[in-house]
Every structure is written in structure tokens, then in C-alpha cells.
Design a protein around this ligand. Sequence first.
Ligand code: 5GP
Ligand code: 5GP
Length: 218
Amino acid sequence: LLASATDFDFFYHVQQWPGSFCDTTGGCCFPGNVKPAADFGIHGLWPNYAACRPAGDTNRTRCWPDFCNAGDTFNPSLISDLRSDMDRNWGTLSCRSNDSTAFWSHEWSRHGTCSNMDQHAYFLAALRYKARFNLTRILLDAGIAPSEERTYCVGSIRDAIGEATGSAPGIECNRNARNETQLYQVYQCVDLAGTGPVPCPAVPMQSRCTDQVKFPAF
Ligand code: 5GP
Ligand code: 5GP
């Protein structure tokens, strides 16, 4: 393992708000046609560099490693004990497949193979981190509840999560079908073991957000 260990600085633990995935022009679909709970879902656990760096032989700059081992493909039987937890907390919302296995396979191939963890440890770490900091609950406790009408200051969302976890997250927004900006994904910075929060290097991204954002019901 040491000889092939991937060099990176921290993980992004990324969660998506289903209301904001589903109310876009693209819409969404649910595995088995069963609507999941009104809770954040895991998108992935992504190895990242603290600063983007030259990609060696080319002119390109890389900000994270990905696809680190093409020979190491996702094997559902290695995480069969995690299956119900995965279904509840890491479901696909894509209409391209009606079960989440393709999503998990993609996340493993692109990001997990760079994590220096085996498949079971990787998926378990992501599940545990979500369970440790319940973002839906943290926001609710701060008075930030999903709403059809309200907007929230994106800074108050970041502060609520930062105070509860000890690390201010990155917030990503998207737009609903009426072109209104809304909270889409939360990026938490996590140590290399995948267990504890770390300060996000530099300024956490705040991509595509405006000062006031919606947090739509689901
Ligand atoms: P998008 O362009 O939709 O933001 O991201 C496309 C894909 O690029 C994501 O699904 C993810 O795999 C990867 N990606 C985007 N931003 C980051 C990042 O900051 N760190 C890592 N490790 N991957 C990212
Ligand atoms: P990324 O490369 O950014 O980590 O993951 C994005 C890829 O996962 C895309 O190919 C997307 O089609 C697929 N995918 C499957 N289910 C989902 C989902 O529920 N949310 C997101 N954001 N991507 C999903």
C-alpha cells in the first residue's frame, strides 16, 4: 500500500439536498420509485489537494487526484453489510438507473481508488461521517428549515454547519426550474482517515451561490 499510496491533503465529504436536485429542469428519479426521506444524501468522499498543482508532464493543473486504479472496480459483495445504510443515505437521484449501484461504482472508481482505503473502509467512513454530523438536523436547529417560500442567507447556512462541526463548509448552489438560486451541496473538509473535521484549506468554495438562497422542501 505504501508504495502506491496516493498523495492528497484532505477529503471533501459532499452531500446533496434532494429537493434541489429534483426541482431542476432535469428532474430526478428514485431507486425503486420510492421517494427517499427529506434528508441530505451522500454524493461522495473526495480526495483533494490543498492547492491546485501542475499535472506533471502537461500544462494542466490538477486540484485533486482521481481514477487512481482502473483495475480496482467496485464490488457490491464487499459492502453487502452496508447495503441498507447505503440505500438510506447514499441513494442515486439520477434517472439513468433505477438502482444506486452505478452511482457507487462511479464514486469508487473516480474518488475511492485515490483514498488509500479499501472499498469497505471507504464507504463506511463516508456513512459514519454523515451520521456523525446530521446536516438536516443542524440546519433545523439553527432555524433553517426547508421551505417553498423562504430564502436564507448563505452565510447563516455556512455558519450553522461550521459551528456545529468545527469546520466551515463549502456551499454549492444550483438553480431550480424557475431559475432561483438554491442550496444544492455541502462540502465538509475531513481528515485523511475520513473521521474528523479539518479546517478547509484557503477559502472554502462557494460556487454559484448568491447572498440569499432557497432551501426547497422535498
Ligand atoms: P461538477 O463539474 O459537476 O461540479 O463536478 C463534476 C465532477 O468533478 C464531480 O462529480 C466530482 O467527481 C468532480 N469534482 C468536482 N469538484 C471537485 C472537487 O473540488 N474535488 C474533487 N475531488 N472532485 C471534484
Ligand atoms: P462526480 O463525478 O461528480 O463524483 O459524480 C457525478 C456522476 O454521478 C455523474 O455521472 C452523475 O450522472 C452520477 N450520479 C448518479 N446519481 C447521482 C446523484 O444522485 N447525484 C449526482 N450529483 N450525481 C449522480
